[in-house]
Write a protein that binds this ligand. Structure first.
Ligand code: HEM
Length: 150
């Protein structure tokens, strides 16, 4: 039986994946498929293409680094998501629901049954942080994304 200490010693300190089955290839597929759907979406597509018309590939590369940092704990992503989203003044709460509604089935398609819920929870948690940064006040309760997904 593999010793858990060997597993930990093989990785830089603290870099334990959200689930051991998650691979860079899956993350790359997640980003490619998810943003294909985002770009095709009637509501979200124009929000992205207005900013990233000529920078789609760079955005996908950045998002692969981001998701590797989140799911594999690589620490490679050094960006600042909060100011990037604060600039999107046309975004409303239901846009987050659309975003998560596109994300969940792609994640379930790509990741194992054990990993997919953890990937989706990570996306929901980050959606909540971004929502709080965009719309929150000291008194606001963030939306319950699960209750709203029907
Ligand atoms: C209503 C939902 C959302 C919309 C409309 C949206 C839209 C965008 C757009 C247009 C950009 C590019 C900004 C720019 O480069 O000028 C961006 C960047 C980004 N988004 Fe979102 N987003 C949404 C939700 C999310 C969620 C839920 C996550 C994470 C789970 C996320 C993660 C990121 C990251 C990491 C970047 C790159 C920020 C950087 O430049 O470092 N977004 N988003």
């Amino acid at each position: 039986m593999p010793d858990r200490r060997d597993e930990l010693a093989a990785r830089p300190a603290g870099r334990i994946p959200v689930h051991p089955s998650i691979t860079e290839q899956q993350i790359s597929d997640l980003v490619d498929k998810f943003y294909d759907r985002v770009w095709e979406d009637r509501r979200l597509g124009p929000i992205f293409s207005a900013r990233l018309e000529h920078a789609r590939d760079a955005h996908l590369a950045k998002m692969k680094t981001f998701w590797s940092s989140v799911l594999l704990r690589t620490g490679a992503y050094k960006g600042k998501p909060v100011p990037a989203h604060a600039r999107l003044t046309e975004v409303v709460t239901t846009d987050f629901e659309i975003w998560l509604g596109l994300f969940r089935p792609v994640a379930r398609d790509i990741f194992s049954n054990e990993a997919a819920p953890l990937v989706i929870e990570a996306a929901e948690r980050i959606a909540t942080s971004l929502w709080l940064a965009m719309f929150g006040t000291p008194f606001s309760n963030p939306p319950d994304w699960r209750a709203r997904s029907g």
